[in-house]
Design a protein around this ligand. Structure first.
Ligand SMILES: Nc1cc(-c2cccs2)n[nH]1
Length: 242
């Protein structure tokens, strides 16, 4: 998978050199390119913003640098990339959308700052990109970089080979609609807390059943909205492993 990120703060994307994403870059699984939007300005002050037409607070990101940056990125390949513009007004990222994006060959991220990007950039990009506005949730960040990091991590870890043990992708929260079961490791006793006996039993059938029930209980307690319709609204003690 190829990923391009355009930002006025390219150093914000430095964490992508770390851990599993960094390893995927070095192995060639992830072809990541970060671009400084100011590269595509031509004035002495490398201006990327200006006052809003119609008045209002704050500044708007000028269309010209974005147009040049998007043309520069896209003209290196002949396929049609997905352009992701993180924003609070977009489609909310969830595991299903992350899986969809993980199937793409090429993602390009436009990280807005200030009050946002001139609307004509979204219109202009349509001819070359599949434009998507994606939100992390109903709260406002100062810029798209943090959202881009989150989306890239959620997507890249689903690319085959990025996570060494693919089995660990299953039974994660939201992978199949339920939250994950509690996990434990050594020591058996810690600060007066014990590991549940069933996990020490060696009875894999009982362990699987206990873990499934734990997932149902946790989902009923923390995210009842995720429960399947047949269980939605059932009192917690009746959400029995099905
Ligand atoms: N979910 C979300 C995205 C954002 C921003 C993206 C770019 C500027 S603000 N805020 N909240």
């Amino acid at each position: 998978m190829r990923v391009d990120v355009i930002s006025i703060f390219p150093e914000y994307l430095a964490p992508l050199d770390l851990s599993l994403i960094g390893k995927a870059r070095r192995s060639g699984l992830l072809d990541l390119h970060v671009h400084d939007l100011r590269t595509f300005t031509h004035d002495r002050h490398r201006t990327v913003d200006d006052t809003p037409y119609g008045g209002g607070a704050g500044m708007v990101m000028k269309p010209e640098p974005w147009g040049e940056a998007l043309d520069h990125v896209a003209d290196q390949e002949d396929s049609r990339p997905i352009l992701i513009v993180p924003g609070p007004g977009g489609a909310r990222l969830d595991q299903s959308l992350a899986r969809q994006l993980a199937a793409a060959d090429w993602l390009v991220f436009a990280c807005g700052r200030y009050e946002g990007i001139d609307e004509r950039v979204y219109d202009y990009a349509q001819s070359t990109y599949d434009v998507r506005v994606i939100s992390l949730g109903d709260y406002v960040l100062n810029g798209g970089e943090v959202a881009a990091l989150a989306i890239i991590e959620a997507v890249a870890r689903l690319v085959p080979g990025v996570i060494g043990n693919a089995a660990s992708l299953f039974e994660e929260s939201h992978e199949d609609g339920l939250l994950e079961y509690p996990i434990y490791t050594k020591p058996e006793q810690w600060q007066g807390f014990s590991v549940p006996d069933v996990l020490l039993s060696g009875d894999h059938g009982r362990i699987a059943q206990w873990r499934h029930q734990q997932r149902l209980d946790r989902t009923a307690a923390r995210r009842p909205d995720l429960l399947p319709p047949e269980l939605a609204g059932a009192p917690e003690d009746l959400v029995v492993g099905v």
